[in-house]
Write a protein that binds this ligand. Sequence first.
Ligand code: SAM
Length: 282
Amino acid sequence: MTGTLFIVPTPIGNLEDITLRALRILREVDFVAAEDTRHTRKLLTHYDIHPKSLFSYHEHNTRHAGALVLQRLLAGESGALVSDAGMPGISDPGHDLIRLLLEESIAPVALPGPSAFVTGLVASGLATDRFLFVGFLPREKKTRRSELEALAKQTATLLFYEAPHRILATLDDLFLVFGNRQCVIARELSKVHETFHRGQLGDSQWRAGLTLRGEMVVMVEGATISEATTSLFAPTDAESIVSAVDGLIAQGLDKKEAMRQVAQAAGLSRRDVYQTLLDRDQ
Ligand code: SAM
């Protein structure tokens, strides 16, 4: 008989955040396929679990390791798939493997458990009745901007994962595309230094007070119904124009290009934007 693959979520920081069922499955299965075997071995050792077989399944070996998992399941073994933190398959390896198994008519069994975005969302205070998990945005500036533009009319709360060294550039883009919406950054969830930063995207004081270290979920309120049904956000008041230009310059654009992009987003001429900056400097 074909064996079962269990998708097993693991803690996103606090080692106590693992279910009794997850521990039992990890103890009982014939093999554990892990994103990083050294990382997983630490977790397993903490719980005195010593798997019969532990091997890696990560984004660079999905084909080879996927075939191995399939072969072992077909031979009647049971296995567990884990990632470094949280739910496998959520901004982590796993989805390809699940597709592969389903193509072979093998249904995996997913265990409920921690994921950073749900944990951040429920404590954020932002609307939870509708949300859209975006995960990591593309690194390339132009693609990232177009992806955000495609989300500008979403009324659902938007959830992103971001690395600390890219957070300021991302906040600039979020402000430029979405306007002065409410934003919550959940840092280091379930760890000693867990922090929630709640503010407005256009509030420079709020930005200056952010701690730019650790793991983060960035959450932004969705568009209002009127924003969703009218034109996209365009920075039209002087303060928004100035901070949009400053934000782009901080990202490395020269002043001329920053003014061009803001003028385009706002539907203004570059001269208008220039004049707004001159007025600010006086
Ligand atoms: N599979 C994981 C899950 O279910 O949440 C996500 C893995 S993804 C590679 C890692 C990203 O998740 C981090 O860069 C960060 O954005 C977010 N993340 C993971 N742990 C976190 C934590 N403790 N606090 C805040 N964000 C976290």
